[in-house]
Design a protein around this ligand. Structure first.
Ligand code: KG4
Ligand code: ZN
Length: 353
């Protein structure tokens, strides 16, 4: 089964073609799920938004509208399904699209396009939760699917969630942020330090030239909970930077990044002891962070877990991960409805809530 997947929830217009293995249809368990990326194309709007210091929703929607046709064509061409666009469309069995969470105007472009395409080709449509995309990204293009249960840390610009995945679609919430998301904290600190947009990669780079022992920023703990909080850290860093103009942005970035990674690591370590996972997965844009990647690899080694650290390009938003979710959801739950809408907030469905 070939899925054409579309992702337009924020500032990347992304389209992918994903092949779902037939064996998953006969036994719908995660151990049989091996989606393959036939193509994955991303048209980034970073340069357009950089001059405003952040994503401008109206500008993002218009850019998606300008780009989407071209990106779909590129993805189909790279997937090599036929020698013309029409023959390639013939090989597509379903259309999957992110329907939330995200910027409404941006989501509407992808969802309207996906519905129209599915209708005209006479094939099923399915709306996908973007967060589930980040969770399932680690199943793509592997010889053997990750062993479950897996402890998954999803750290992106809008979310910070730690959960236990016992099966595809079976998520047990362990902890989440009570205020800012980890990526949001990176972006806000970078903006304050004038390091540019997006902030995560800029802080990551600056921190490489800084001393992470020079300033010890506070690590927030929440009583009787593994939940996280980054807003106090953000205020502490901004106040410190304001009062200590002689200290380099490199040292401040290194101290801030170390505090974020320490907080995430303390939750991961505590959760491993409780949930006894076989695999440790990280996903979302902040999973591209160099220090977090090294720290997660060493904690996985310490507890003899299989680490699933996607390549940096697969951590940030892409449509391949949306295609993987569309594939298992359509087989497990059936197609979505044409009356489907777009959702600015769309929580994951947890088993324990
Ligand atoms: O997953 P993503 O592309 O979009 C959302 O779904 O939010 O994540 C974007 C976030 C941004 O906050 C960005 O600053 C952060 O991921 N990010 C990083 C790094 N690369 C991207 N944060 C820390 N270090 C990085 N290397
Ligand atoms: Zn994302």
């Amino acid at each position: 089964m070939n899925i054409l997947a579309i992702e337009t929830s924020c500032d990347e217009t992304a389209v992918a073609v994903i092949k779902i293995n037939d064996s998953y249809k006969t036994d719908i368990t995660a151990k049989n799920f091996s989606p393959k990326t036939l193509s994955s194309v991303i048209s980034s709007q970073i340069d357009i938004h950089a001059k405003y210091g952040g994503v401008v929703p109206e500008v993002a929607s218009r850019a998606h509208l300008d780009n989407i046709d071209y990106v779909v064509e590129e993805a189909l061409t790279h997937a090599n399904l036929g020698d013309s666009l029409f023959k390639s469309f013939d090989q597509i069995d379903a259309i999957g699209v992110t329907h939330g969470p995200g910027l409404l105007g941006s989501l509407m472009v992808g969802v309207s396009y996906a519905k129209a395409l599915a209708f005209s080709l006479g094939i099923p449509y399915i709306g996908v939760n973007h967060l589930e995309g980040h969770l399932v990204a680690s199943f793509l293009d592997r010889e053997n699917p990750p062993e479950l249960p897996a402890l998954v840390l999803l750290v992106s610009g809008g979310h910070t969630i730690l959960l236990n995945m016992t099966e595809l679609g079976q998520y047990h919430l362990i902890a989440q942020t009570v205020d800012d998301a980890a990526g949001e904290a990176f972006d806000k600190i970078a903006r304050y330090l004038d390091l540019g947009f997006p902030g995560g990669p800029a802080i990551d780079k600056a921190a490489m030239h800084g001393d992470d022992k020079k300033i010890r920023f506070p690590r927030a703990e929440i009583k009787n909970s593994l939940d996280l909080s980054f807003s106090g850290l953000k205020t502490a860093v901004i106040r410190y930077a304001k009062d200590n103009l002689e200290v380099s942005t490199e040292d401040i970035s290194a101290g801030f990044q170390k505090a974020v990674v320490d907080m995430l690591l303390s939750r991961i370590t505590a959760a491993i002891k409780v949930y006894n996972p076989k695999t440790l997965i990280i996903g979302g844009g902040v999973a591209a962070n160099s220090l977090l990647r090294t720290a997660v690899a060493s904690v996985a080694e310490e507890f003899s877990l299989e680490p699933m650290i996607p390549m940096k390009k697969d951590c940030t938003d892409n449509a391949a991960m949306i295609g993987a979710v569309a594939g298992f959801r359509i087989i497990k739950d059936g197609p979505g409805k044409m009356t489907d809408s777009v959702y600015s907030t769309l929580p994951l469905q947890y088993v324990n809530s």
